[in-house]
Design a protein around this ligand. Structure first.
Ligand code: FES
Length: 108
């Protein structure tokens, strides 16, 4: 966690939960909303304040989804299941480190 007084939230997580009708890949078709809910519950149960877990529309990295981005650093992750969420929670959110194996490259 940071102590930057210019930040409204210490960490702000945007999880794409976008669903679309077409066959094009989307995070929603890969259970992103349930996984976001799982992360929200973990944060709440841990009593972590000054943090927000928002549902987001398409973040334009659909083929890599489900995806999330964590600010203020702007670190992108791909995740597939509860184990991935657990690792992001423990390593990034609680300990301020990176989960290298789940990080997406910054470029397109
Ligand atoms: S549907 Fe999630 S990034 Fe596009």
């Amino acid at each position: 966690m940071t102590n930057d007084p210019s930040l409204f939230y210490d960490l702000h997580v945007f999880c794409c939960t976008h669903e679309r009708d077409s066959r094009k890949a989307s995070c929603g078709m890969r259970h992103a909303d349930k996984l976001r809910g799982y992360l929200k519950d973990k944060v709440k149960e841990a009593g972590i304040r000054d943090m927000r877990i928002n549902a987001a529309g398409c973040l334009n990295r659909c083929d890599l989804g489900p995806v999330m981005v964590i600010y203020p650093e702007g670190v992108w992750y791909h995740y597939q299941d509860h184990a991935d969420i657990d690792e992001i929670f423990e390593t990034h959110i609680r300990n301020g480190e990176r989960v290298q194996r789940l990080m997406l490259p910054p470029g397109r």
